[in-house]
Design a protein around this ligand. Structure first.
Ligand SMILES: Cc1ncc(COP(=O)(O)O)c(C=O)c1O
Length: 386
């Protein structure tokens, strides 16, 4: 065996020894772990829109959008989406990961300072890494800490010419909590920084007609002062793709400079046609949004009442903190046996092991009661094991 494969084998052994081994599992049971928050991925009207589009378009786009991969339906989609989120323009890319990664790489260089919440998504952190920018972490949701870092950055004369970027999620994917968006925008203005806000998990659930957290917490003027907003088609919209909402100039710049856009085949045209349908369904799902937040309240209160360690979530993403990776895996396996698809999330995805329960609007109150009863049963039955 070559040195390379020996090293890989050793790494895998170490992953297993730490209970951090991961495997893709075929989906079964009631969905308590996807990001399909409105259940749109299985909506018959969306499936039909996708099927019809396949008949009218080539299946694959055949090339990058700057070559022969571009279609009218892509422009129609981006215009509709921009209108919906009050953005001058938007650009759709392969997925949300590419949106964050490619955007941050494109707008930064080694003289840029990027201020990032410690718990921002891997796509944001990897974008910073690949750009070569100077990374400044601030503690999770701690905007006093962010301001201290910004103050420190402007003190040094030589740093004055550096571009500064603040980047945060508007609803944290693994914790279900959110920053004070008004303060974030105020800091952006006070320190004259660029602001990138990732709306991946709030879109479809929060804000008027599901427009996202910015619409729940900010004025129109504040929203429009955010330089880039990131959305994904892969969560509430039930499809796949990433969207960067920005100014016309910002979009034009990305089309000319963003390597992961320029040098990659455009997504299947049918996805854009389906996206238009999905957006028209999503905006009218007010009852589903109310139901989703209602069942989230029931679960959160039930967990707290029964003494589970619940992270301070305000949303449909409810992390149940576990003492160890082993315990998280055990609970997940036991719940799976009951047909309840709850997954253990472990380092390095999160600093502390947990069950990340993410609810969707197709879940019934009886499912929530079933989940709670099983969590209690597992804890009572197996206390001795931990
Ligand atoms: C906050 C955040 N941004 C971006 C992404 C990436 O989006 P996508 O799954 O569309 O690649 C994720 C994925 O989970 C995410 O949690």
């Amino acid at each position: 065996m070559s040195d390379h494969w020996k090293q890989i084998e050793k790494e895998m052994e170490s992953i297993r020894a730490k209970n951090l081994y991961r495997q893709c599992k075929v989906t079964t049971g009631i969905d308590f772990c996807s990001n399909d928050y409105l259940g749109l991925s299985k909506h018959p009207e969306l499936a039909l829109a996708f099927k019809n589009a396949l008949e009218n378009e080539t299946v694959g786009s055949t090339a990058a959008r700057l070559v022969r991969g571009h279609r009218q339906i892509m422009e129609d989609w981006e215009n509709e989406f921009s209108l919906f989120v009050s953005s001058e323009a938007s650009l759709t890319v392969a997925n949300g990961f590419v949106a964050n990664f490619g955007l941050i790489d494109t707008i930064s260089d080694s003289r840029t300072m990027i201020f990032t919440d410690r718990l921002n998504h891997a796509s944001i952190l990897d974008g910073i890494r690949i750009s070569g920018a100077i990374k400044k972490y601030y503690n999770h949701l701690d905007l006093d800490h962010l301001e201290e870092q910004l103050e420190r950055a402007i003190v040094g004369e030589d740093t004055k010419s550096k571009k500064k970027i603040i980047v945060s999620e508007s609803l944290f994917s693994m914790d279900g909590d959110k920053p004070n968006l008004q303060r974030l925008v105020a800091l952006k203005k006070k320190y004259n920084t660029v602001l990138v806000l990732d709306e991946a998990h709030s879109f479809g659930v929060f804000g008027e007609k599901g427009r996202g957290m910015a619409f729940a917490d900010l004025s129109r003027e504040e929203i429009e002062s955010i330089d880039y907003r990131i959305y994904t088609l892969g969560k509430s919209l039930g499809l796949e793709g990433g969207i960067i909402a920005t100014t016309k100039l910002g979009r034009d710049h990305l089309v000319n400079r963003m390597r992961s856009f320029i040098f990659s085949t455009a997504s299947m045209p049918a996805i854009y046609a389906a996206a238009i349908k999905s957006l028209s369904l999503l905006r009218n799902m007010g009852q589903e949004r109310i139901h989703l937040l209602h069942i989230a309240d029931i679960l959160r209160m039930g967990l707290v009442e029964h003494g589970f360690a619940v992270a301070p979530t305000i949303s449909h993403i409810i992390p149940i903190l576990m003492d160890s990776e082993e315990q998280a895996l055990y609970y997940s396996a036991e719940l799976q046996k009951e047909g309840l698809d709850v997954r253990a999330i472990r380092p390095p995805t999160v600093p502390t092991p947990r069950l990340r329960v993410s609810l969707n609007a197709t879940i019934q109150e009886s499912d929530i009661r079933n989940l709670l009863a099983n969590l209690i049963r597992i804890r009572e039955g197996k206390k001795a094991n931990f």
